[in-house]
Design a protein. Sequence first.
Length: 251
Amino acid sequence: MKLYLLSGGSVDVDRAVIFPGDDSHRHVTLPVMQILIEGDGKRTLFDTGMPPEAAGDTDGLKRAYDIDPNWIKPLMSAEQRIDRQLAALGLKPSDLDLVVNTHFHFDHAGGNALLAGVPFAVQRAELESVQGEAGWWDAPGIEFQVVEDDWSPVTGVEMLRTPGHTPGHQSMLVRTADQPWLFTWDAVYTEEHWRTGKLGAVSDVPAARASIERLRQIAAAEDARLIFGHDVGQWGSLGMGDEPRLIVETP
Ligand SMILES: [Zn+2]
């Protein structure tokens, strides 16, 4: 198995976006991550990054989706579109076997339309939460395969249903020959959230707390290496820049 981190750029946000109630008006940078896993003779992509309208345009989300750049400002180059990140690995969208959306927020499902024609998988609760609405997660040619509870798209990769940030949010445990990797995605945005126990933006507080507790138990039981959803310090320590990077390889 090979696991690549892909760079979808970053967002500049008011701290209150990720720490509700914070009134410091400080701004923080959040990297936007996608993952490509090659295993079982298949290529599976996890998340699709921000909408293409955001590429090279800090007002792109404002124009396309009325997202206020003083609150959430995209910082994304054309090379950080999901199709361009795949191209940097020599891949076309049609080389993918499956796309998994951890959830439908704009920085996780915004590039879905660029991959229309590839099968998508999403939790039933996430799909039901947007029922009848149009948005960046959907486009002609996108067919969602509905998954429920925990499931495994690739041998050694376990998707963990961790609702609370959104109704159908998923985290991911990747087993390797040595230490497993636990990708919390947005159940835990940053190391500061993990350390302090503060919640990020959530749709359901009790569910979010239960999901974090579940991740703590798994992290302890597995002695897992934690990768948070949007931690800029961690992004740097993984050596991430603008290019995709192979970070896990198992025989
Ligand atoms: Zn996010």
